[in-house]
Design a protein around this ligand. Structure first.
Ligand code: EPU
Length: 335
């Protein structure tokens, strides 16, 4: 256990925040020890994955940070429809996508290059280019500190929704994800539902899983900042979901508003388009800015503090609220 550790290298926003205590967890035994330590100190534990969906607002974090490093990648079975691969929560998500494709197991290609760990991927139900991780999750193994036991949470119990899962709710707030069993389809079909991907393959190119993987990587590299160069947490806000009535009223005022029709009489609005329309794309306040290629992404050009980035997020929210009457909800975990 280390004391007073600056988390700057452990969050892709590249923000400084000193944790009271910090340890790396490689297995259940180390996890139990770290949890016992936190209890003894009277501090709340915090599970840190790849740190790619996190904004550390304050300069001090009075928690016991447990850096998740549980490894593992093995085939654990199959059904007539799918191959099951169990992956440790600390494995990198993108590395996992690459490994499955190398083994000739397609499915995850639309989710290429998303930063972060496998554990975090299920907690926030990562999604991009027409796919969500939920589609490929058979079950999630967690440790429940209250009972001191491991539990297997089946797909149906996970309550996956857009950027949401059971693991984000108070009921499961203390559970720690140990591993995820992925179900990769035996009968694969390309998912070209996202417009830019359709375009990439419209000239008769062969839409193999590896071809889609390459196209997704190229798209992300064009639109999103490379966390090694510019700090960011990916999209900073969720795309808001509104009723069709509320949407109709907006459409009259903003005929070019970008939206996606959902089931149940709902519409999802493109928050990036709204921030861009509100004139904030490329806006910069010191080292905190709205990315100039994708307005949904807030970036740290070098030395922005967590509170400066949080202030910028509030300014963006206030502007969008003033123009559209819509409240944007942050996507990353805010600490
Ligand atoms: N748009 C603009 N201006 C902008 C940004 C976007 O006009 O500055 C427009 C685009 O032209 C497009 C629409 O808004 O018509 C949506 O943009 P985009 O396709 O880039 O996707 P997004 O809704 O902004 C979501 C995810 C991303 C994911 C992409 C692709 C959320 C919060 N974000 O972004 O996920 O990569 O779709 O599927 O749902 C992340 O969560 O960190 C993330 C990067």
């Amino acid at each position: 256990m280390l004391a007073n550790v600056d988390l700057k290298p452990y969050n892709t926003m590249g923000v400084s925040s000193v944790a009271d205590f910090f340890t790396t967890v490689h297995d259940l035994d180390e996890l139990k020890k770290a949890l016992a330590f936190a209890k003894e100190k009277g501090l709340r534990p915090f599970v840190l994955g790849g740190g790619s969906n996190l904004l550390l607002v304050s300069e001090r974090l009075s928690r016991v940070v447990m850096h998740m490093a549980i490894e593992g990648f093995e085939k654990v079975g199959e059904s007539s429809e799918a191959i099951f691969i169990k992956v440790g929560a600390g494995e990198s998500w993108h590395g996992t996508v690459q490994r499955t494709l190398k083994l000739g197991l397609p499915g995850l290609e639309n989710l290429a290059l998303i930063p972060g760990s496998v554990g975090a991927a299920v907690v926030q139900n990562i999604g991009a280019y027409g796919s969500e991780v939920a589609q490929f999750v058979k079950e999630v193994e967690v440790y429940d500190p209250a009972s001191g036991e491991r539990r297997t949470v089946k797909h149906a119990e996970c309550d996956f929704r857009y950027r949401h899962s059971l693991f984000k709710t108070p009921k499961a707030a203390d559970w720690v994800v140990l591993s995820v069993t992925l179900a990769l389809p035996k009968r694969w079909e390309p998912n070209l539902s996202y417009k830019d991907l359709q375009q990439a393959f419209s000239e008769g190119g062969l839409s193999t899983a590896v071809g889609i993987f390459d196209a997704v990587v190229a798209l992300r590299q064009k639109k999103l900042p490379d966390p090694r160069e510019i700090g960011s947490a990916g999209s900073f806000f969720k795309n808001p979901i509104v009723t069709r009535e509320a949407f109709q009223a907006l459409l009259e005022q903003f005929p070019s508003i970008v939206h996606y029709r959902l089931a149940g009489g709902l519409e999802k609005l493109a928050a990036g388009w709204m921030i861009d329309y509100a004139g904030l794309k490329g806006f910069r306040e010191g080292d905190a800015g709205v990315y100039d290629k994708q307005a949904l992404v807030l970036v740290n050009y070098g030395y922005a503090t967590g509170s400066e980035l949080w202030q910028l997020a509030q300014d963006v929210r206030a502007k969008v609220k003033a123009v559209f009457g819509i409240e944007l909800e942050p996507e990353p975990v805010i600490l």
